[in-house]
Design a protein around this ligand. Sequence first.
Ligand code: UDP
Ligand code: MN
Length: 234
Amino acid sequence: TTEGEAYVTLVTSDAYVVGALVLAQSLRRSGTTRPLVCLATSHLAADCVASLRELYDVRFVAPLDSGDEHSLRLLGRPELGQTFTKIQLWTLTDLKKAVFLDADMMVLKNIDDLFEREEFSACADVGWPDCFNSGLFVCKPNLDTFNGLWKLAQTQGSFDGKISAISLFFYLPAFERNKNEVRAVHFIGSTKPWHFSRFSDGQVAARGDGTKVHLEYVQMWWNLHDEFIKPKAR
Ligand code: UDP
Ligand code: MN
């Protein structure tokens, strides 16, 4: 039975709402029947919450900050402190199992088989320190786990990095060979699909700032956006 299973994402600021909306459409298009849950903080504007509610079961959680200013400074991503709100996924104890996805992800093909995986499952992040990418993972909400993670953050802080941001570009031949098997895309880094400008025909414009990204996927993201999101906004 799939009861108690859900896809969960996180939105702590208005800028990421559009990401969550496109993610939801991509999940729906993948043919999943699992419910979609969105962790949100009270920072969000009322109209943002309303548009999320059309696609998600929105659950408000307290904004948590890793409080690790030092590490975020090293990383050059001060906005990432609030991503720690994510660990409150473990407080959703009405869920037996959750597949978490960052709001900057897009699903290309059905990933429901991930619900068969055990806690904790995630993809290895390429490079040192060889942990995992927190953009997509499988877990079982549990208050003891939540408390443990929160305590760990208070005592140890965070130490991961952003080495994987250009990983695909080191492995282009392998990517070309296996790209048909790609089922989910994570737009990591500070430049997100919604930051790209486009020509009047909808074509995504390459950025002149050296941002390394597969424009093909950014285009797919925008096509989904145009198909499902924009008509509603009008
Ligand atoms: N997030 C958010 N608002 C922010 C920053 C982050 O809602 O201002 C959430 C969102 O779900 C996002 C996740 O936290 O996908 C992790 O941040 P991000 O994806 O920017 O980190 P990256 O994947 O680039 O390391
Ligand atoms: Mn992300």
